[in-house]
Write a protein that binds this ligand. Sequence first.
Ligand code: DGT
Ligand code: CA
Ligand code: CA
Ligand code: ZN
Length: 609
Amino acid sequence: MVKPTNNEIAKLLREVAAAYTVSDEKKYRFQILAYQKAADVVEKLSSEVYELWSEGKLEDISGVGPSIASHLKELFATGKVKHFEEIKKKAPGALFPLLAIPKIGPKTAVKLINSLKIKKSDQAIELVQKAGEEGKIAEIPTFGKKSEKEILQAISEFYAGRQKTSRMVLPYAYEIAQKVLTHLKKCPDVQKIEPLGSLRRMVSTIGDIDIAVASNHPQKVINWFVTYPYAERIIEKGDHTASFLTSGSKQIDLMVQPTSAWGSLLQHFTGSKDHNVKLRTRAITYGLSVSDYGIKITDRKKLKKDWEKFYTKSNFNSSLGLYVFADEKTFYQAQGLKWIEPELREDRGEIEADLVGKLPKIIQNEDIKGDLHTHSLVDVEPSHDLGQSGMSEMIKLAQELHYEYLGFAEHNPSNYNHTPSQVSALIKKRNEKIEQAQKVTKSVQILKLLEIDILADGKLAIDDKSFSLLDAGIVSIHSSFSQDKEQMTQRVLKGLSHPKAKILGHPTGRLLGQRSGFELDWEKIWEFCAKNNKALEINAYPTRLDISDTIVRETIKRGVKVVIDTDSHEVSQMKNMKFGVAVARRGWAEKKDVLNTYSFADLKKWLLS
Ligand code: DGT
Ligand code: CA
Ligand code: CA
Ligand code: ZN
C-alpha cells in the first residue's frame, strides 16, 4: 500500500505538466492547464487526497477531472502511473529536480539543460549553480546577467530548505501574520487591517500570507510595509500591492484600498477562489459584475427589485463606474445573500445553504468550556513523552481562559517495564497530585484522564483495575502505523470498546507535511461511535489538526460528537484551542456537536453514558 502525501501528489502533477510543456506546449495546452490546476487544488486541500480516495470520494474534489482522478487511482493502488511515466520520458531527466527551484519553470530548465549540456539529473542543481558562478548562464542567448543573478539567488534559497511547494501549518502562519500586523499598525496611515486569504478562512495549511489594509494613502502604507525588519527580499512593490519574502522564504502579500471599498477588498482576498468564482458567476445572471473593486451593474433589467437599495448615488464611484461597499455584509446583501463566515467559504454548499436560510450557526471560541487532553510533567514513567509544565500552572491558565474543567491525560505508564500493579500504583500517585491541586482550585474541575495506547492488536495498554482509577480514557494509536485499513479499523474499534474509553485521540495520526495518516473505514467508526457514545478528537496540536474539516463534517452529520483538545505538552500550547475550533468551524460544527462546550455536569454525565 502506497500513501503519497498531498505535497508529493502535487509535485508529481506539476512534473507531468512540465513534461507536457517541454514536449509540445501548443498541442497539450489543455492537459497542461488541467494538471497545473489539479496540482494547485491538491496542494491546498485540507484533507488528504489519499483519504478521499479510500473513502471513494476522489471525484468530489472540484478541479481534479475524471482522467487525472483515474490516474491517481492507479497511483494509490500500484505506487506508479504508467501514463505519467510515459509522458515524463518525453522530457530530459534533469528537468524534474530543477523544477524545485523557485523562478525556474519548465522552459527555462530545458534551455539550461541543453545549453549547459547537463546529463546527470541527480546533479542538475549543483551543475546549474556552478555554471552560474562561472558566468556561463549569462552567456546563454535570452538569459543575460540579470537572470543569472536571479537563478543563483533562487538556488541559494532552495538550499536553505525553502521549496516553493512547502505550505505552513496554520498556527505558524498565524504567528508570522501577527508580527507583520504589529509592524503595520504602527503606520499612521493604516486605517483598517485584516489578515485574509487562507489565513482568514483558517485553513490547516497556508501557502502565503495575505494582508489587506484600508488607507487613503496607499503609497505611504506600502513604503512602511517593506521596512518590516524581517523582510528578506522584496518581490513586488506597486501602487496598491506589495509582496516580500520573510524569514524561511515565507511570502507576505499586501493589498491596500481606500476605506470606501473595504468590503469588496475583504471579500475578494478572503476567497476561496472557488467561492469567489461561484459568487461571480451567479451575479452575472442578475446583471451584476463583481470584482475586488466593487460591483458594476451591467444589465439593470435583471437586477432584483429588493436589491436596488444597495445601489445608490452615495456608494457610486463615478470614476470607476461601479458601486463600492465599505463593509463585507452589505457586499453580500447586495447580491441577495447573508454574510457567510470566512471558514465556510470553500464552495462546499455554503452559497446554496445561505440562499435557503440553512447556514449553520457554527461554534465559536467562547463556547469552549474546557480542554480534556493535556500532558503535565507529573512523571508516570510513561510510554511516550512527558509534558513540560506543572499541573498548577496549567490549572492557572485554564482559569484565565475561563474554563470550567481541565483534563490531565498523560501517556499511560509504559507497560514494557512495569507490571499491571506498578502501572496502577503510578496512576494512583498521579491522582493524588490531582487531588492536591483540586483542593486549592475552586473554579476549575479537574478530570482524571489518561492517554492510553491502543496496542497493535487492539488491546489497551492498561488493565481494568487501572481503568477504574480514571474518570475516562482517551485512546490513541502511537505505533504500527503500517497496518492496512481493515486491521486499523478493527484495532480502533477494539480499543474504543472499553466502556470507559470515550474519546479517540488524534484519529488518523497524520502529521502535516510529514505523514499522511492511516486509513480507517469511517462508516464503521461512525456507526460504532454513534451507537456507543464515543467522541472523535479534533486535536489542535499545530502539526496534527486531526481529524480534518471534511471528516468533521461527515462525523457530525451522523450525530457523532467531536471534542476539541490541545494535546498540550507545555502550558502555553493550551492557547492553540482556537486552531482546533477553526477545524470544527470549517467542518460546519455547531456548539451542540462539540463535547467540550458542555457544562461540567453534562460532560460528566456523557462520560458515564
Ligand atoms: P494559499 O495562499 O495557497 O493558502 O491560499 P489562498 O486562498 O490564500 O490563495 P491566494 O493567496 O493565492 O489568494 C488569496 C485570495 O485571492 C484567494 O483566496 C481568492 C483571491 N483570488 C486569488 N486568485 C484568484 C482568481 O484567480 N480568481 C478569483 N476570483 N479570486 C482569486
Ligand atoms: Ca494566501
Ligand atoms: Ca497570496
Ligand atoms: Zn497522542
